[in-house]
Design a binder for this molecule. Structure first.
Ligand code: ATP
Length: 355
């Protein structure tokens, strides 16, 4: 498997791009480590598939270079890159047996039949289709077919990376969970470099060691699920990850604190003036807001029971504010809120102000 370096990659679909908005990928400059499991996560149109296709060679980037283990592959065709790809819909040969579907990419590369048998049997084991090896693919369910597609990605020992483009779209919800867990196990066992595109945060957070959050043609943060939750680098990450997402409130610096309307909030650490220049916002996740009889006054607009928790929707200094409280917690008649300093992040022009 390979380390993948994306060196100042930019891509525009149209000719003569002039400004950032003409680029589907504005600037991507990152390295995916050998053996890492990455999820590319972001809303529709943010550039996930474009980036995946640049890695696989289906698209040549307008600018920048792509390297696998230090070798420049920017101008190499897909076949020369040794990439396995699994798409949204299963790509299987219905008239072939499950075994032959898996053997196909190996036989195509002239692998000796004894090695084909060994690899195919190992892969059948991995994807749990051994008992169906000699059945035609035609009669199988959608998730079994998608397992064959996954297996075809896993069967080759020479691939640099396995790329997945929303591979679980056609799978029913229960099987989704099963397949995702299996992929994660396979990753831990065999150390593949995996890049997995999805717009579903649960899928990304459970599959990947590192989640790559994309927004508007850029990577805004690469981090573990915990980092994305606790220290969103960009207000978009705070809003996109988590359910409900982070509260983002316009603020002003007031000594070592932040002012929101008429309220002053103590900050966990005082930002320096330079890094906190520009338009300031305070970010706090609903999990870090407590609702009770002490603190800053709010008006509660709605309380939603979501099982083990309640979502409290409020108005605070003329802004919407959301808190998550326990199912047995009551909202008092004259509610007030307090912010846990551990959950406060400060943003300047949408980017997190570092300590
Ligand atoms: P989705 O989840 O909807 O697939 P995505 O994050 O994968 O979205 P891309 O498909 O990479 O996003 O698209 C990024 C931008 O590039 C979008 O604005 C899209 O309209 C544009 N785009 C994608 N493919 C083409 C193309 N072949 N020609 C022109 N523009 C394109």
């Amino acid at each position: 498997m390979a380390k993948i370096e994306l060196d100042h990659i930019r891509h525009a679909y149209g000719a003569n791009p002039k400004s950032d908005k003409d680029y589907a990928l504005r600037e991507v400059h990152h390295t995916f480590d050998d053996g890492g499991a990455y999820a590319l996560l972001g809303p529709s149109g943010c550039g996930k598939t474009t980036l995946l296709n640049i890695i696989s060679g289906l698209i040549r980037p307008s600018e920048g270079a792509l390297r696998f283990d230090g070798t420049d592959v920017t101008d190499r065709a897909t076949e020369e890159r040794n990439i396995a790809q699994v798409f949204q819909f299963p790509v299987v040969y219905d008239t072939m047996t499950v075994y032959d579907n898996l053997a196909f990419p190996l036989r195509n590369r002239g692998v000796a039949e004894a090695d084909v048998a060994r690899r195919v049997n190992e892969t059948l084991e991995m994807i749990d289709l051994k008992d169906r090896a000699h059945r035609k693919a035609r009669g199988l369910t959608a998730d079994q077919k998608q397992k064959i597609s996954l297996g075809r990605g896993l069967v080759r020992s020479d691939v640099n990376a396995i790329l997945f483009d929303e591979p679980l779209t056609v799978i029913d919800p229960h099987m989704k969970w099963v397949l995702r867990s299996q992929l994660k196990q396979l990753h831990h066992r065999y150390g593949y470099t995996m890049v997995y595109v999805t717009h579903d945060q649960t899928e990304a957070l459970t599959f990947a060691d590192q989640v790559v959050v994309m927004f508007d043609g850029q990577i805004v943060q690469i981090g573990t699920p915990e980092e994305l939750f606790n220290k969103p680098k960009h207000t978009f990450v705070g809003y996109f990850i988590g359910s409900p997402g982070m509260n983002v409130l316009p603020a002003e610096l007031d000594g070592a604190g932040a002012r929101i309307g008429s309220q002053r909030i103590e900050l966990p650490r005082a930002p320096d003036g330079a890094s906190a220049a520009g338009s300031l916002e305070l970010g706090i996740r609903p999990e870090f807001i407590s609702v009770g009889r002490t603190g800053m006054p709010v008006t509660v607009t709605k309380v939603e029971d979501i099982g083990r928790r309640k979502i409290v929707r409020m108005s605070f200094e003329g802004r919407d504010l959301v808190a998550l409280i326990g199912e047995d917690d009551e909202v008092p008649a004259e509610p007030r809120v307090s912010f846990d300093p551990a959950g406060i992040n400060l943003y300047s022009n949408s980017w997190r102000v570092e300590a």
